[in-house]
Structure formats: structure tokens, C-alpha cells
Design a protein around this ligand. Structure first.
Ligand SMILES: [Zn+2]
Ligand SMILES: [Zn+2]
Ligand SMILES: [Zn+2]
Length: 306
């Protein structure tokens, strides 16, 4: 390969210098690198991609694709990391990892949402691979392990995900609205309680996983009480009665669950939405809001799924 034939554009932060020594071979001198030096630089290179956060997705997109069996990226346990970025068309038919039933990729989020919601509400399901349902499940496929990142710019929201069932043409606004055809509003949302990542975007979590996330990451120091919830998060995480009814969850079950976990009802949510709107000036810019934007202190560890 010569420079004239090809040029690769690589961000400077992904370039890591090596310090080889020169050794004499029979015909001509050449470079020599120790295995431990290569190992160290490989670990450093991998860590610089923030592999434990969702930033890994946008970072990996900047890495040029490399087909070389000798230089695999490895995770913390030394396993070769498998990142799947090849996406299926929305009209491709794929099997649900939880029940095996085939759906189009564009309908899978709505379908999988039923499995997640039923597990959260304690409704037993007779799905053949129910054990595949994650503890903090991906909204596209229902398993643990997929990474998702929501990026909001001005009024648009874009989603990147490592999930093989990520529906890339999904309209965020219609996905988060209840409709008869697709009642499930499980979408990636931002957690305002987590520190923002290097990209400047807050951490992304799935709407249906909010309570689990709060219990896992944001309990008070004694691990007994949930944190106060910012209004915007309370609105973003709200699952309406209409949604649950269309998803065939009995009203009694929904209401019992709300009481048990001190979840505000739809009237409260409407009030919160108005308060949020009222806090925005005419240009739509949010004014700085004080801690008064937090709602009820609520819930204990028992909100954890199942
Ligand atoms: Zn299924
Ligand atoms: Zn997934
Ligand atoms: Zn958080």
C-alpha cells in the first residue's frame, strides 16, 4: 500500500506511539517490540475507548475496521470483544430471544417490551427462553449486554446501539408515544443523576429500567432509600395506564404496583410536565432550576425487578 493509493483518517487520540528497538537480522536491521510493550499499549488503547460506558459506540465508529486475527480487541476478562454494528433492515424477520416467535426488526422493541413489562409487574410468562431476559434488559432484544446511547441535539434525538435488533430507522418521538399498534413506550432516555460522559451527553438508560437503575446506582448511603427524582425523569419514566392496558396488564396489577413503589399517577405527571414547560422561557431555553424540581422521596430496594 502506498500513500497515493489509500489514506486513512484517524483521530489523533487513537494514535499510540510505540518505542521499538532496532535489531540486526542476517540481511538488514529491523524493528523489534517486546510482547509486554505491545500488551501494555493494547490495554491502553482499549481503555481509551471507554469500554465500560456507552461512549464505546461512538468511539469505536472512529476506529478504522481491521481484519487481522492477530490483533483482536479484548474485554476485561480477556475474551475477544464482539461488537456488532451490522444492522438489519426494519423489514427483516428475526426470532425473539425470549420466546422464539419471529417478528420484524421494526416491531421487536414493542414485542420485547411486553416481556420486560410482565417481568416487572410479576406476571409469569410461559416463554421458552425466559432466562434470556436480562436483569437490565436491552429494549431492542431483551437481553443484558447491549450498549445504547441517546444523543440529543437541539430538538432531535439519535440512537446508537450495539444491539443486533437495533431498528435504526426508529422514530424516537413515535416510539415514546402510546398507539394501539405499538403501545410500548420503552425508549432510551437520559439519567440526569449520573455524571455526563466524555461526549457531554448524560448516561443513557432504557425507560422500563429506570427503577432498577435508580436502585442499583443511586440509593442513599445506607442503601435503603431511593433518591429524589428530578421532574423530567419522573415524566420520562412514566408508564401510563393506557399503555399498560393496551399491553394487557390488568389495571389492578398496575395500580397495586404503583402503590407499592410509590409511583406517581398520570395526573401528577401532567402537573410535572406543566411545571417543566413553565420553567422554560419563550425561546425554549431552560432556566436554571433549583432543587425544587425534585419530586417525592420514595421507594426502597424492593423496587428491584422480580
Ligand atoms: Zn418474545
Ligand atoms: Zn439488544
Ligand atoms: Zn443514573
Amino acid at each position: 500500500m502506498t500513500q497515493r493509493q489509500h489514506s486513512l483518517e484517524i483521530p489523533g487520540k487513537l494514535i499510540h506511539p510505540l518505542g521499538p528497538s532496532v535489531v540486526a537480522l542476517a540481511r538488514q536491521p529491523t524493528w523489534s517490540l517486546t510482547h509486554s510493550q505491545l500488551d501494555t499499549i493494547l490495554t491502553f488503547a482499549w481503555e481509551s475507548l471507554s469500554p465500560d460506558t456507552e461512549d464505546i459506540i461512538s468511539n469505536l465508529e472512529q476506529v478504522p475496521p481491521l481484519t487481522a486475527a492477530k490483533l483482536p480487541y479484548k474485554d476485561k476478562l480477556g475474551k475477544v470483544a464482539a461488537f456488532q454494528f451490522e444492522k438489519q433492515a426494519g423489514t427483516a424477520s428475526v426470532a425473539c430471544f425470549i420466546c422464539g416467535i419471529r417478528h420484524l426488526v421494526k416491531n421487536m422493541r414493542n414485542h420485547v417490551g411486553h416481556h420486560i413489562l410482565y417481568a416487572m409487574r410479576g406476571i409469569d410468562e410461559d416463554a421458552c427462553n425466559i432466562d434470556n431476559l436480562g436483569i437490565e434488559p436491552c429494549g431492542f432484544c431483551g437481553r443484558d449486554g447491549c450498549v445504547v446511547q441517546l444523543t440529543k441535539k437541539n430538538n432531535s434525538a439519535s440512537i446508537t446501539s450495539s444491539c443486533p435488533y437495533h431498528y435504526t430507522s426508529m422514530s424516537y418521538n413515535s416510539a415514546k408515544s402510546v398507539s394501539k399498534a405499538t403501545p410500548c413506550t420503552n425508549v432510551p432516555i437520559h439519567c440526569p443523576l449520573c455524571p455526563t460522559g466524555r461526549t457531554g451527553q448524560p448516561r443513557t438508560i432504557w425507560k422500563y429500567n429506570v427503577l432498577f437503575h435508580l436502585a442499583k446506582e443511586h440509593m442513599d448511603v445506607d442503601g435503603e432509600r431511593m433518591p429524589p427524582i428530578p421532574l423530567q425523569l419522573a415524566v420520562d419514566m412514566h408508564i401510563s395506564l393506557e399503555e399498560e392496558t393496551l399491553m394487557k396488564v390488568d389495571r389492578d396489577v398496575t395500580e397495586g404496583w404503583r402503590i407499592k413503589h410509590e409511583i406517581p399517577g398520570s395526573d401528577d405527571i401532567e402537573q410535572y410536565s406543566k411545571e417543566i414547560e413553565g420553567s422554560q422561557d419563550k425561546k425554549g431555553k431552560k432556566r436554571m432550576r433549583s432543587q425544587s424540581n425534585v419530586v417525592v422521596e420514595r421507594g426502597t430496594k424492593s423496587t428491584r425487578r422480580r
